[in-house]
Structures are given as C-alpha cells and as structure tokens.
Design a protein. Structure first.
Length: 452
C-alpha cells in the first residue's frame, strides 16, 4: 500500500498529502513566506509547525528539514569562507556541521530577490526562513505564489514541471542507485532541473545521510540503512520524489512502492576517474597486483577544510561537538566516528558487483568475487526499472527513456555531463588489459546492458 497517491486520494489529478487537504487551496493563491528567525526566538518551533501544516520548506544546509533555511540564510554566515566547503559537500555529505558562529564576511552571499524566487520555483518551496541578519535586499515585493498567473485546476504549477507534473503525481518516488564515479551526480542535477523534490534539497548528491557514499565499505556505522517503512516515511514527511543511494545496495533497500534505476560505467574508466579524483598518484599501480588489499590505503580521522580559516571565541561549540578553549584559528575538524580505512583496491576488484550485491559482498577480501556474485548482481539489475550506461547519457534513446519512465519534461539535462577536469593519470594499454583481467565480472554486467 505504499503508493504515491496517499490513500488513493486525488483531486484534479494531483496527489495530495492528507495533512494538506484543507489548506492546499489557500496556499495555492498565497505568496510564499519568508520568516525572519531571530536566533533563539522560537523560529525552530515555527519551522516545525510549518512542516506539520504541509508547507514545502527550504531544506536545512547539511541535511534533513533543518530550520527551514537555505544555506545562504543560515545562522549566521559571517566571516568564514564557506565556498570551498560547500563545493566539497556536493560530492560528500559530512554530517550536520550546523551553526557557524562569529564570522566576519562570507563567500556565500545573501540571495537576490531573483535568486530567491528561482529557488522557490525550482524546489516548489512555500516557506523559508532567514536566520542570519535581515538585510534591506532580503525584502522582495514580487514573491508571488502564482508564477506568471498560471493555474490549472486551481493549482499553481512550477513552469519547469508543467508537462510532467501529472506523471509525477501518479508516479512512484524514485530511488537511483548511484555507483560512485558513474554519473550519479549528473543524474541528481538533472532530476532537480526536472522539478524533482530531491533528498536534502539542493545540497549534495540527492542522498539521505544514511545512504551517503561516506558509509561505503564500513564494518559498522551508527547510521543504519533505513527500512522500507522508514524510507517511505521520509518521502511523505519531506515530499521527496527522488533520492539516491551511493553506498552498497542491500536487499532490504529494494522496496515496494518505488521506482529503481542506475547507471553503469566502463569499469576501467570508473577506476581511472577515482584515481584522478582522489589524487592517488602512482600508488594505484599496486592495486593491479595481488594481493592488493592495502594499496593506496589511508586512514581518515580529521577533515581539513581548505580556505576555512576563522577565529572561534572561547567556549564556542558547534553541532559536531568540537570545542575551542580561548580564541584560535580553526582549519581542521575531527568528526566523531569517522575514523575508517578508505580502500582503493575495491575499485580494482569488481567494484560494481560489490555495490549491487550489498554490504556482505562488498566486505569480501580481494579476489573473492566469483560467478555467483556476478549472477546476484545481474538478478538485482533485472528488478530495476531503468539501467543505462553512463556513456549513453547523451543518446536520444536514453533521454526518451527518462522522459517516458519518470515523466521528465527536460531529460536533455542528462546531456550536460561534460567532465572538463584534466586527468593527469591515464591507464596504459598494459594496465587496461590487466584491469580487465581482474574485473571480468564487472565487465560481464556492464556488457549486459543494452547500448542505447
């Protein structure tokens, strides 16, 4: 019974969350709300009440519903150059780093009225809060809920979703399995451009924290994968239509009531991309040897945030519980529970099979993947609604497949996958042959996908 049309209720072809039934019509004709949250003055209570009343709230900057603030409206952005860190968050969610105190000038500037309205339109936001200083430029006269005066059946429509809203209303929410370095970031951004309500809003790779790549290849973690019931609860509570899983995909992640998709990439190109992205250097060569368990491995206990030099006053704390006694410069943060090995060898040992077969198979030692695991991966892919090659994102057949399956009005956004990064390391022909020999099961599932 986990249907997108809750309790089978639809009015004018639009799925309604029951909590919004009585108030939907009023919100349709009402302007979106900007609540000025004076810190420690009840704004969190107002945000929670707004969510309980069916408002589509701005997502918190580092996960979950937060305090209904966009990142540039968070408490208070003064003095810490957050831009490098924000870019980092696009590829790895590090948890809730939360309230940044006592800053002087920020790289994240307050939104202009045009930029705020653009966020309202692309994310269908009806309620947002500003928890920093409220500037003259934050007062916008033209924040009208009826964009361009367009309404159908009494419902205001985001222009980017005009053609696809009806399909989404009747469509199941989507879980996209993001095999690391295989185009998941492109798919996430295309989903946003097509009006999907993504996990964590406009932050990160459309992953809930419990689905993030930071949980890949972990013996144990305090963040457990959600059950099917918990996942659907997140979908209902946050009106999410699109989410991604960037860790191992377990049997329990496949739930009734969702559509599933993934993209596969030429395995050697996936590994080569990872080597360049992580700056591993020539250390990758040991990963082509056996045993390769400790090739290019490193232990992480702290995260250095480049360009984030700032002064913290005595006694200040943050939500990740670091403490600064007397004023000093902070450039590195210890994240509790983060200490773990970051293996590189798994990307040289049938990585895609490991991901698709779940945690137990992911943790197998080097050389342990066999034909049984290959069949497990193929059986899992056979359950998915969409399986494509990343190399085919620009093909017309792939674009039309996304249009037909997900109801996207602008699936051409997939074609914007242009990686302009310079890759100083390129595998030699001999290394490619060795890689193919070590990863024959990955190549079997990659070659099983029909070229579009």
């Amino acid at each position: 019974a986990l249907l997108r049309l809750f309790f089978g209720l639809a009015i004018c072809g639009h799925s309604l969350n029951p909590v919004r039934i009585l108030s939907q019509q009023q919100k349709t004709y009402r302007k979106p709300v900007v609540w000025v949250h004076i810190h420690k003055s009840g704004g969190s209570t107002v945000c929670k009440a707004a969510q309980q009343n069916g408002e589509h709230t701005a997502r918190g900057p580092f996960g979950g519903p937060g305090n209904c603030n966009f990142l540039s409206d968070d408490w208070p952005l003064q003095g810490w150059n957050l831009q490098p860190f924000y870019q980092m968050l696009k590829t790895a969610s590090l948890g809730d780093l939360g309230d940044v105190l006592y800053r002087g000038s920020a790289a994240l500037k307050p939104l202009t009225c045009e930029e705020r309205m653009q966020k309202v339109r692309t994310q269908n936001v009806t309620w947002m809060q500003i928890e920093r200083e409220f500037n003259e430029g934050d007062f916008c006269v033209a924040l009208l809920r009826l964009f361009f005066g367009l309404a159908i059946c009494g419902y205001s429509l985001n222009p980017v979703t005009i053609l696809s809203l009806q399909q989404k209303a009747q469509r199941k929410p989507v879980v996209w399995v993001h095999i690391h370095k295989s185009g998941g970031s492109t798919v996430c951004e295309a989903a946003r451009q097509n009006g999907e309500h993504t996990a964590l809003g406009d932050v990160g790779n459309c992953n809930f924290l419990s689905d993030d790549v930071g949980l890949l290849y972990r013996e144990s973690s305090d963040l457990k994968p959600p059950t099917c019931e918990e996942r659907m609860q997140k979908v209902r509570a946050q009106s999410v239509t699109w989410m991604q899983i960037e860790r191992e995909f377990n049997e329990g992640d496949f739930c009734d009531g969702f559509l599933y998709g993934t993209s596969l990439r030429d395995p050697a190109m996936l590994a080569q991309s990872l080597v360049n992205f992580e700056g591993i250097g020539a250390g990758y060569k040991k990963c082509l040897e056996q045993p390769a368990e400790h090739c290019a491995e490193k232990t992480v206990t702290q995260v250095t945030l480049p360009g984030l030099e700032a002064k913290e006053p005595a006694g200040s704390t943050s939500t990740i519980s670091w403490f600064v006694s007397c004023e000093k410069t902070v450039t590195q943060v210890t994240l509790p529970g983060l200490e773990a090995k970051e293996p590189v060898w798994i990307y040289f040992d049938n990585f895609m099979v490991r991901v698709l077969c779940g945690h137990d198979v992911m943790m197998l030692p080097p050389g342990a993947i066999n034909a049984t695991h290959e069949k497990m991966a193929l059986d899992m892919l056979a359950k998915f609604d969409v399986v494509v090659r990343m190399e085919d994102f620009s093909n017309n057949a792939t674009v039309e497949l996304f249009r037909e399956t997900f109801g996207w009005s602008a699936p051409e956004a997939l074609r914007e996958h242009e990686n302009s990064a310079v890759h100083p390391i390129t595998f030699s022909e001999e290394e490619l042959l060795r890689y193919q020999e070590l990863n024959q099961h990955d190549y079997a599932i990659y070659n099983s996908v029909r070229v579009l």
